[in-house]
Design a protein around this ligand. Structure first.
Ligand code: 13P
Ligand code: 13P
Ligand code: MG
Ligand code: MG
Ligand code: MG
Ligand code: MG
Length: 372
């Protein structure tokens, strides 16, 4: 079995929250090369989307491996050191713990890991996003694996006909459930349509049982108990031969759907599919970006990446995202551009409520102010 892991963290932004400094990426690439020659990993590739570094690695240690997670943790400590030396913004932003113990769960860095037996041809797509939350993958995963108007293979390919199982996490109560589609599509949508709380963690084929997709699912704010930037999630999707074709995996991103994130992690904004060269959110720290890195995996080697959104067929999605940004931005601090109060990770409202407690008084004709 081969494991493909993407482990990612924001260890400092250049400039502000817009990009990763090239020196940090160079150190990451060198460390991955060493890890290959030391025999820790089969292959590795370092990349970025916005201010988040992603380590894309193939290995034989399985998911949640202490050695693989420990390697990434140490590497993120090193890139944090560079960020500190250069005075980059938010050095070590996503490293929420002082000491590594076993694996990265609850420590800040995000990870998506997928274990599989390599097929003769193994096309995979690694999606990296910036300025949004893990539930941002819910809509495209539904379209890829459950919407025949998006993925033709659900109708045409006999191996896809039986549908797919979606494993969904409830991030607030730390529990999970599995829904089979198409039979339970409407139940699934009831939950994953609330992406701040319910997040698709993995998808597998009902007819073959193979694992088709895995996402990074956590909420930094739930770990830290305060605003520490957005999670900026990653996702792995395998393609072809009984799974959606590469073009079916990409098709949902031709529509720049709305996600939570953007400026201060506190706004709804469209997600813009971009090439790696354009993966540097600037306007209003957005719009949120997604890049798609395609690889063929052969004997554990990562053949690639191909920069799959570097394609004029996504120009319209980018133009539409810009138009939607113009529209939303004009609403300034008003919902629904600004997130609803319960989803705001800034604690300003709480502080205001305390400061203004004695200025609120009962409305005329009402006995006492409603208790909060
Ligand atoms: P080919 O006929 O080129 O193999 O294409 C099959 C396919 O996957 C198209 O989506
Ligand atoms: P990041 O999560 O990408 O660091 O973004 C934080 C932020 O506040 C952007 O405005
Ligand atoms: Mg940042
Ligand atoms: Mg980021
Ligand atoms: Mg972040
Ligand atoms: Mg072909």
């Amino acid at each position: 079995m081969t494991t493909l892991s993407i482990i990612k963290a924001d260890t400092g932004g250049f400039v502000g929250h817009s990009a990763v400094h090239p020196e940090m990426l160079a150190v990451a690439e060198e460390a991955l090369r060493e890890a290959v020659s030391d025999g820790l990993i089969l292959d590795g590739h370092a990349d970025s989307c916005g201010d988040d570094i992603s380590l894309i690695m193939t290995h034989e240690h399985g998911a949640d491996s202490e050695r693989i997670h420990g390697f990434a943790w140490q590497l993120f400590q090193r890139t944090t050191g560079i960020a500190q030396r250069l005075g980059l913004y938010g050095a070590g932003q996503d490293l929420l713990s002082d000491a590594f113990s076993g694996n990265l769960r609850g420590m800040g860095p995000g990870y998506a890991e997928l274990e599989f037996t390599e097929r003769p041809s193994e096309p995979v797509i690694c999606f990296l996003a910036d300025k949004t939350e893990p539930g941002a993958w819910n809509l495209p995963l539904y379209k890829m694996f459950a919407d025949p108007f998006s993925s033709a293979g659900l109708v045409i390919d006999a191996k896809m006909h039986a549908g797919f199982s979606f494993e969904v996490y409830d991030l607030y109560e730390e529990k999970r459930i599995v829904f089979d589609t198409p039979a339970q599509s409407y139940d699934l949508l009831m939950y994953i349509g609330a992406p701040a709380r319910y997040v698709v963690h993995s998808v597998s084929s009902i007819s073959t049982g193979v694992l088709a997709a895995a996402t990074s699912t956590q909420r930094l704010s739930l770990i830290a108990g305060k605003y520490v930037g957005k999670d900026d999630p990653v996702m792995i999707v395998r393609a072809q031969s009984g799974l959606p074709a590469v073009g079916e995996v990409l098709e949902p991103f031709a529509f720049p759907y709305t996600v939570a994130g953007c400026m201060r992690g506190s706004h709804h904004a469209p997600i813009m599919p971009v090439s790696r060269a354009q993966a540097h959110p600037a306007r209003f720290d957005g719009p949120p970006r997604v890049v798609a890195l395609g690889f063929q995996i052969k004997n554990g080697k990562l053949i690639g990446p191909r920069d799959l959104f570097d394609d004029p067929s996504f120009d319209r999605a980018r133009a539409q995202a810009n138009e939607v940004m113009d529209y939303l931005r004009r609403q300034g601090p008003f919902e629904p551009h600004r997130l609803a109060l319960e989803d705001l990770e800034y604690t300003t409202m709480h502080a205001l409520e305390q400061r203004l407690a004695d200025r609120w008084e009962a409305m005329p004709g009402v006995a006492a102010p409603a208790a909060h």
